[in-house]
Write a protein of this length. Structure first.
Length: 321
């Protein structure tokens, strides 16, 4: 039985003892979040909080609970220089002089689904604090510089998936021991998959290349008959794409011309995992991991999936192959 913490420490001794504290903070927070989600209907934490986050989105009670769990569990840890959350306008700095790591996260992704008991998740990205830069420069690093990208999906099982640049590994929360136990060794995304995943209600407002691409998938242009799957919960849609293959798209739309999903704590960690599993992640034209972020809540179009579908997408929307 190999736990998440043990796996990372064994594979990446170069990250140092302090990183162990970051890992235990992450698992502690996700176990707290998991427990709250499991009993949400009983404890009355379903529904809207009655406030908006920095993005102007209605916060759910569980968004606030999940954010507090991340802040409490990671904030007091040695090694953490700053925490950056989807729910907070500005980074929160801790131990800013000594901490080596910055944890950037979406505490509860897909929370609009929570009231109907659909899978949700926590997404996280870890960067090293730059020795010679400001805290802002350390936070606004390209995705290629990530030390770790990962997520937890709260589904029928609670599963944690991570990469630290040396393959992708999956762990399942074992209720008996309270540990995330290795269950998916060296995960590889199939080269082509049976599903495409996109909010088709927006189709008429996508750029033409995206419309033509989805039409091509629908009409057998890549040689297989696709099924569509869209949960509307990024972690769950991504997890399926990782395991089964295919493609997930959130293209530019009329309402969100720069894309809806956030670069630092949604696209980057999932792009890191996708590439490490043999897949690809782009805006349609450019590699996600090479985007230089300008601000912490920056949005991006996000397309991720199997090599075959992603190469065809590049061709359809005129991107670099
Ligand atoms: P959230 O971080 O506020 O939950 O928003 C992100 C979610 C993703 O989980 C999902 O992929 C997307 O929004 C769905 O958006 P839409 O409802 O526009 O299809
Ligand atoms: Mg989100």
């Amino acid at each position: 039985m190999i736990t998440f913490e043990e796996h990372v420490v064994r594979q990446h001794p170069e990250l140092g003892a302090e990183f162990g504290w970051v890992l235990s903070g992450l698992t502690l927070a996700s176990k707290k979040i998991e427990a709250q989600i499991r009993s949400a209907g009983l404890s009355g934490v379903y529904g809207a909080q009655g406030s908006e986050n920095v993005q102007g989105e209605a916060q759910q009670k569980l968004d606030v609970v999940a954010n507090d769990a991340m802040m409490e569990s990671l904030g007091s840890r040695a090694g953490v220089a700053a925490l950056v959350s989807e729910e907070d306008e500005a980074p929160v700095a801790f131990d800013a002089d000594g901490g080596k790591y910055i944890v950037i996260f979406d505490p509860l992704d897909g929370s609009s689904n929570i009231d109907v008991n659909v899978n949700v998740g926590t997404i996280f990205s870890v960067h090293r604090r730059l020795a010679d830069g400001s805290l802002d420069a350390s936070i606004l690093q390209e995705g290629t510089k990530q030390v770790m990208g990962g997520y937890v999906v709260y589904g029928p099982s609670t599963v944690l998936v991570y990469t630290a640049g040396d393959g992708v590994y999956g762990f399942t929360l074992d209720a008996a021991s309270g540990a995330f136990v290795l269950t998916n060794e060296a995960m590889v995304m199939p080269e082509q998959g049976p599903y495409y995943s996109v909010n088709e209600a927006n189709a008429v407002t996508w750029p033409e290349g995206f419309q033509a691409y989805v039409e091509m998938l629908r009409t057998g242009g890549l040689g297989i008959a696709y099924s569509s799957r869209y949960i509307g919960s990024l972690v769950a849609d991504f997890h399926r794409t990782l395991l089964k293959g295919g493609v997930f798209l959130y293209p530019p739309t009329k309402k969100q011309p720069g894309g809806k999903l956030r670069l630092l704590y949604e696209a980057n960690p999932l792009a890191f995992i996708a590439e490490q599993a043999g897949g690809m992640a782009t805006t349609g034209t450019d590699r996600i991991l090479e985007i230089q972020p300008g601000k912490i809540h920056q949005r991006t179009p996000f397309c991720v999936g199997s090599k075959r579908e992603m190469e065809a997408l590049q061709a359809a929307v005129g991107g670099k192959a």
